[in-house]
Design a protein around this ligand. Structure first.
Ligand code: TYM
Length: 376
């Protein structure tokens, strides 16, 4: 395999591989870039520009301008996002959820959160259903720990709550041909039927608000861009069913800790999970791929490259809120004044401090899990 082939970009809801070219994704997926103008428009409601907007970690959207136009005319929107419970939650998953929480606070709006235990069961031959169902409830603790408002947050566990989704999913499924699904998701002859039907289930929460309340309002979906194919097909049929097209705001991927930012479910050392103990976090960060040189002497002389450094990305995405300090870190790294060990130690401290808090909140969440479960 050539280097080019190894690095070839693949971004689907089930696989993200190679060096991700976000400009190319905007073109290929047909989304809109999140321009300065629309960021400012959103920032007006968010108490100043949120870190994830300012640093352009959210970089693309569909119909966010329409959502804001409607909002300004007095038509509210609901938020919708989700999780496929395939294992413990990693820190990258928190990126869209933290932003979703800020949106919930800023717009005082309802959030539907889908836990796709069904999806993770059908797409993987080795997983059994009781496990993904159990993981769904465990992962929900991470959502609750982020501080979502119980009165405004509705977690849907697909298997348990299928009665709420099934009629909507059928209406959706009836209007999407196999040919569209195959070209959107790359289904093959060997793809099982559960997987082929699944996109209709992920579409359903876009429209559930009307069923529950009678109000027809649009939904806004904050998520990484890998989920976009679901919305492409849902948007095509939304109006036929009498709904608004679901809108999206897309974030980039927090890289893994492996070489070139690789994060792989089968290599747990490439991701930091919210349940990791502090010693394990330390080991993972210590082994992480950086932009450093082979020897200390070389690095002091020539400097290192924060662009390709996974540690620097963790500071950028979540662990250095101060822009000036982030930019100083970048300058010192390039000048060889800060060594990789220094950054790794600081990051370890910050991640562990964050996780200690998060883990406490996660424990407390066990007492209120049911409060967040969708009400009928
Ligand atoms: P899942 O569990 O793969 O991912 C959960 C959310 O995290 C985003 N994400 C990331 N964001 C930043 N950095 C990363 N490295 C990273 N990896 C994943 C995903 O885009 C997602 O937003 N099918 C979905 C579950 C789902 C859903 C939804 C997601 C159902 N309905 C509506 C978003 C919106 C899934 O398996 O997500």
């Amino acid at each position: 395999m050539t280097d080019n082939e190894k690095n070839e970009m693949i971004v689907t809801p089930w696989e993200v591989k190679g060096k991700v070219n976000y400009e190319r994704l905007i073109k290929e997926f047909g989304t809109q870039p999140l321009t300065e103008q629309i960021r400012q428009r959103l920032a007006k409601y968010m108490n100043g520009e949120h870190l994830q907007l300012r640093r352009q970690l959210f970089f693309s959207h569909r119909d966010l301008d329409t959502i804001l136009d409607l909002y300004e005319k007095g038509i509210k929107f609901v938020l919708y996002t989700g999780r496929g419970p395939s294992g413990p939650v990693h820190i990258g998953h928190l990126v869209p959820w933290i932003f979703t929480k800020h949106l919930q606070d800023a717009f005082n709006t309802r959030l539907y959160f889908q836990m796709t235990d069904d999806e993770k069961f059908v797409i993987d031959d080795d997983r059994n259903l009781p496990d993904t169902i159990r993981l769904g409830h465990e992962n929900a603790l991470d959502i609750i720990a982020l501080g979502f408002k119980p009165e405004n947050t509705y977690i849907i566990y697909d298997v348990q709550d299928i009665d709420l989704l099934y009629d909507i999913a059928l209406e959706v499924a009836k209007r999407i041909t196999y040919s569209t699904a195959r070209s959107t998701f790359g289904f093959q002859d060997s793809t099982n039927l559960g997987w082929i039907f699944y996109p209709a289930i992920q579409a359903a929460p876009c429209f559930i608000h009307k069923k529950l309340t009678g109000e027809n309002v649009p939904c806004l979906i904050p998520a990484a861009i890998d989920q976009d194919p679901f919305w492409r097909i849902t948007r095509d049929i939304a109006q036929k069913l009498g709904y608004y097209k679901p809108a999206q705001i897309h974030n980039r991927f927090l890289p893994g800790l492996g070489v070139g930012g690789k994060m792989n479910a089968h290599e747990p050392e490439t991701a930091i999970f919210t349940t990791d103990p502090s010693e394990l976090v330390k080991q993972k960060i210590w082994k992480a791929f950086t932009g450093g040189k082979g020897t200390v002497a070389e690095q002091k002389k020539e400097g290192a490259d924060p662009e390709i450094c996974t540690i620097f990305q963790y500071f950028t995405y979540l662990f250095e809120p101060d822009d000036k300090k982030l930019s100083d870190r970048n300058t010192r790294c390039r000048a060889g004044q800060t060594l990789c060990g220094d950054c790794k130690r600081e990051l370890t401290e910050r991640v562990n401090k964050f996780l200690a808090e998060h883990q406490k909140k996660r424990e407390k969440a066990k007492d209120v899990l049911e409060k967040f479960h969708i009400k009928r």
